[in-house]
Design a binder for this molecule. Structure first.
Ligand code: ADP
Length: 723
């Protein structure tokens, strides 16, 4: 079991560690992703600016050239235009590569009033139809604007180029031609292809129709992006929507590697893209996980080591503790044997009617011995509980006999002081229960003894209720209330701690060890229950113990064979006494009537209106007389209190406390007149014809037992060995 516990603790530590790695992983992943997104957006923006600068320059040249052509040249003269174009191209060419121009200028040409003219004097072959060329079409499609063609290959040089073109209009607004400039996109392409934010990454460019115009994989050039995969299609859908740019879409890119891509639309309608291999995208994350895991494993190993060590020490100390407890248990057992001899022998001496002074000494020895035995029993119990040897021994038992025994044992505790003892038990408690009767008796006696010990005047009440909590299982709720010294709020927590006695200034002269309540708590727990306490300092306390018991049939512990048809009358003037009496009857579904005055009660007795009449003993004489006057009198029952005898023969008496079980016996007629038996301390009983064999391995014990039993006149044999 212990190893299991370390296992659970270790499992917990490991799970906590993995949870931590997982949480950190997601957090860092988030941060990294954001960082990469920002870096990508930055790179794309820079690319856009660079491209903007390049194309802007071409646009300026176009605007300037169209202005100069229109104003300075006579339209239609091929040589004139050619001269102008050559000169102008030269000027641009010289500027190209210098500080102000970086566009990769190649050629300046155009189609003017039906003639194709190039700055290099290139003579177009017949197959070359300017109106079908992309630069011409682009310019015509975008009147008054500078147009850009898609990427194409120069027919002469084979270079990848684009053209910038613009339609020309005369002062009357009549279209008369197109001026165009071819620029190499080598520089741009290099720049774009090398666009990258992580190792293995690359850049791309797409035209307005989302066909690749720059891509490190030449097979992709001219292909439409949407055709490659579902995710490519997704990108084109997003770009065509309002958004115009995308973030972190995974696609299969160059070399069939998974790439994380970003796209952005440029000012001229083209798109620039950036791809980063998934591996480098998450590289930071792997590093982080690795570092975190390494740190965590060191930490977890350390914790595990400490846990295992701590646990080993705990197991060691628990074993030591157990052996201490079992030593104590053995010792207590050993001490009990000679204690029995001391008690037995002192009892025997007292029975022999010794001289008064000897009797006094011996009775002091006997009392001290009894207290010592009680303490030893408590220590024995606690040691058993601590060493795990306390085992319940459940058997079937009768609830009524348990409760009668306990009341018989406890009610003499109230004989010498003004404390009234009340009992109320639930009549529905099944007559036969299954549980450890001895241990329940111990709980009841402990709580009632405490209540008796700590109550100088007032009352002590025992209430037992039951509640079914499962198949064949019920909960007994045992409440013990008193009007005693009470317990301070601050002390309530300490109550169930071993060897704790509270409020010693008030407890002076009261014997105790502080072991009773811890034992009770442990017994309750062993019976799937618990104990709680409520107290008001100076006013009294209520202890409530709950324990589970088994049962097989619901036959009630207290029930009437026949309800009293003419009813029950009571004369009891003290409210609390009446309340408990009434409760006992209500448990049996009988609602009694209360006689308001003794006179009313006597008159009703004479008239014989009731089946039963209960009266407290102080009105016994008058009541007996009244019954005598009635030919068919009710059953008169005199309620006798502790210490009171009764001088009336043939009159039913019931000894307080009265509760549902004794009440049922009286009303059923099964125990009328017998209730006082419990006051007789000495048994007047002999059995001369019975033979008894007493076996014990200690000779003194045999001697004591034999002497104690001699009073019964039996034939007694003793034996030192069971075999
Ligand atoms: P003991 O009675 O032998 O001292 P217990 O464990 O039974 O030991 O009780 C512990 C302490 O709790 C007692 O010393 C007493 O201070 C307090 N106590 C228990 N029962 C009551 C009660 N009914 N009224 C007031 N104090 C109580």
């Amino acid at each position: 079991m212990k190893t299991n516990r370390v296992g659970v603790q270790l499992a917990f530590v490991f799970s906590a560690f993995f949870l931590m790695v997982l949480v950190s992983y997601f957090f860092v992943r988030n941060i990294l992703e954001k960082q990469i997104d920002t870096a990508a957006a930055g790179a794309l923006e820079t690319a856009e600016l660079r491209l903007y600068a390049t194309l802007q320059e071409s646009e300026l040249i176009m605007t300037e050239a169209s202005y100069l052509i229109r104003n300075r040249l006579f339209p239609g003269q091929k040589e004139g235009i050619q001269d102008f174009l050559r000169e102008y191209a030269k000027w641009i060419g010289e500027a190209d590569g210098s500080v102000c121009y970086s566009s990769g200028f190649l050629d300046l040409y155009g189609y003017f009033r039906g003639q194709f003219v190039s700055s290099y004097g290139w003579e177009a072959p017949d197959s070359y139809v300017p109106q079908e060329r992309p630069w011409y079409i682009a310019a015509r499609e975008n009147p008054y604007k500078t147009a850009f063609t898609a990427l194409y290959t120069n027919t002469v040089t084979g270079e990848r180029v684009i053209s910038v073109s613009k339609s020309l209009y005369d002062p009357e607004g009549e279209f008369y031609g197109v001026i165009a400039m071819e620029i190499s996109i080598k520089n741009i392409a290099e720049y774009v292809e090398n666009l990258s934010i992580a190792a293995g990454g690359y850049g791309m460019m797409l035209n307005q129709d989302l066909a690749f115009i720059i891509h490190p994989d030449p097979t992709r050039i001219g292909e439409y992006m949407g055709q490659f995969s579902r995710n490519h299609k997704k990108i084109t859908d997003i770009l065509r929507s309002e958004e115009k740019d995308t973030a972190a879409v995974q696609v299969l890119g160059r070399g069939n590697k998974i790439m994380v891509t970003y796209y952005k639309q440029l000012f001229n309608g083209w798109y620039v893209g950036l791809a980063t291999p998934l591996g480098s995208y998450y590289r930071g994350l792997w590093y982080m996980s690795l570092v975190l895991s390494a740190q965590g494993i060191i930490l977890v190993s350390l914790i595990s080591y400490l846990l295992i060590r701590l646990n080993r020490e705990k197991i060691k100390s628990e074993t030591e503790n157990r052996s201490k407890s079992s030593f104590l248990a053995k010792m207590s057992h050993e001490i009990r044997t000679p204690m029995n001899s001391i008690l037995g022998m002192s009892e025997l001496i007292m029975r022999k009617d010794p001289p008064a002074d000897i009797y006094e000494y011996i009775s002091i020895i006997n009392q001290a011995g009894t207290s010592l035995l009680a303490i030893i029993n408590d220590i024995l119990d606690l040691s058993k509980i601590e060493s795990g040897q306390m085992k319940l021994e459940p058997k079937f038992y009768y609830f009524s006999s348990l409760i009668n025994d306990v009341i018989n044992m406890i009610h003499i505790r109230f004989a010498d002081r003004p404390v009234d003892f009340f009992v109320n038990t639930d009549s529905a408690i099944p007559a036969r229960l299954f549980g450890d009767e001895v241990r329940i008796r111990q709980i009841l006696l402990n709580l009632l003894n405490n209540a008796a010990k700590y109550t100088k005047e007032g009352f002590v009440a025992l209430t037992i209720k039951s509640k079914i909590i499962g198949e064949g299982k019920l909960e007994l709720e045992i409440g013990v209330s008193d009007s005693g010294i009470g317990i301070k709020e601050a002390d309530l927590k300490k109550l169930f701690t071993e060897f704790t006695r509270l409020d010693l200034s008030h407890n002076q002269g009261i014997e105790g060890t502080g072991l009773g309540l811890p034992i009770v708590l442990n017994l309750c727990k062993a019976m799937e229950g618990d104990i709680t306490v409520e107290s008001s300092y100076g006013n009294g306390s209520t202890f409530t113990a709950r324990i589970a018991q088994g049962f097989t049939d619901l036959k009630k512990t207290a029930a009437l064979t026949q309800p009293p048809a003419k009813g029950v009358l009571i004369l009891e003037e003290r409210p609390r006494f009446y309340r408990f009496l009434n409760a006992a009857l209500e448990e049996l579904d009988v609602s009694p009537r209360r006689a308001e005055t003794p006179e009313v009660f006597i008159r009703e007795l004479e008239e014989g209106k009731n089946d039963f009449a209960f009266v407290s003993s102080r009105y016994a004489a008058d009541s007996v007389a009244a019954v005598g006057k009635n030919p068919s009198p009710p059953h008169l029952v005199i309620m006798v209190e502790k210490g009171e005898g009764t001088a009336y023969r043939d009159i039913n008496c019931i000894l307080m406390p009265i509760y549902s079980i004794t009440m049922a016996n009286v009303l059923n007629g099964t125990s009328i007149g017998r209730s006082l038996a419990r006051d007789h301390h000495r048994a007047e009983f002999t059995a001369p014809s019975i033979g008894v064999l007493i076996v014990d391995d200690i000779a003194t014990n045999l001697r004591v037992a034999k002497e104690l039993m001699a009073a019964y006149g039996m034939i007694i044999d003793t034996c030192l060995s069971g075999s």
